[in-house]
Design a protein around this ligand. Structure first.
Ligand SMILES: [Zn+2]
Length: 227
């Protein structure tokens, strides 16, 4: 990796600016892995979000530095857990994981992952972060329904179970995944499960950035790259 390349600045910020967005209300860090927080310092500096949502009780290292930056910027910082639900900006948010009994900050950060639904009218998105089997099992028990699924853990076989798909009934799914990654994500069996469930699936390695508009009645995907 090139140390002078800042994903938050050069990819996320430029994309948001290209969409005419110069302010964010909230940023959420699902769990402390570099591919989920690496770009956050630039995003906070450029978009002045009001709030930061986390799942980790006692942030260390890179996450602690971001929390300190957020505090200096006057942001409101809150730790969310399963069972928290609230309205924000006209949408309803329901937290599904981590469980209140989960000791966060373990050697398995994916098990600490913040998983939640964002609902606007009759449309909802389920954002699974890097949830793996234990977190996803917890999610299934809550029976969320959502037209849009942000697929867990880059399409790893440890998530997106047939159980999850039959519970959530997504119409669309998006897999955030690097092109030619060394992990073999997304896994073929995950793509097959999505296909069997009749889910129209987008992947960022092939489609580039994908936006989804939830208008309360339907979900409309918008792909940045022209095929
Ligand atoms: Zn990840």
């Amino acid at each position: 990796m090139h140390s002078d390349f800042d994903l938050g600045e050069q990819v996320v910020s430029s994309y948001l600016w290209s969409r005419g967005i110069d302010h964010l209300d909230v940023v959420a860090i699902t769990h402390p892995h570099a591919d989920h927080l690496g770009g956050m310092p630039a995003v906070i500096a450029n978009f002045h979000p009001r709030e930061l949502w986390l799942s980790i009780d006692q942030p260390v290292t890179e996450l602690a530095a971001i929390v300190a930056q957020a505090r200096r910027a006057g942001m409101q910082i809150s730790v969310k857990k399963e069972g928290d639900q609230f309205d924000y900006g006209g949408a309803h948010f329901q937290m599904l994981a981590p469980g209140r009994d989960q000791v966060t900050g373990s050697m398995r950060p994916n098990d600490d992952c913040l998983v939640f639904t964002a609902t606007f009218g009759g449309t909802a998105a389920l954002l699974e972060g890097d949830a793996e089997r234990p977190a996803e099992r917890r999610v299934v028990e809550e029976h969320p329904e959502a037209m849009l699924l942000k697929v867990a853990h880059h399409g790893s076989a440890s998530g997106t179970s047939a159980d999850l798909l039959s519970t959530v009934h997504p119409r669309y799914a998006v897999i955030s995944v690097g092109a030619r990654n060394v992990y073999g994500h997304p896994r073929r069996e995950v793509l097959e499960r999505l296909q069997q469930a009749g889910v129209k699936t987008f992947r960022t390695d092939e489609d580039g950035a994908v936006s989804f508009y939830l208008d309360g009645t339907s979900v409309t995907p918008d792909v940045a790259l022209l095929h």
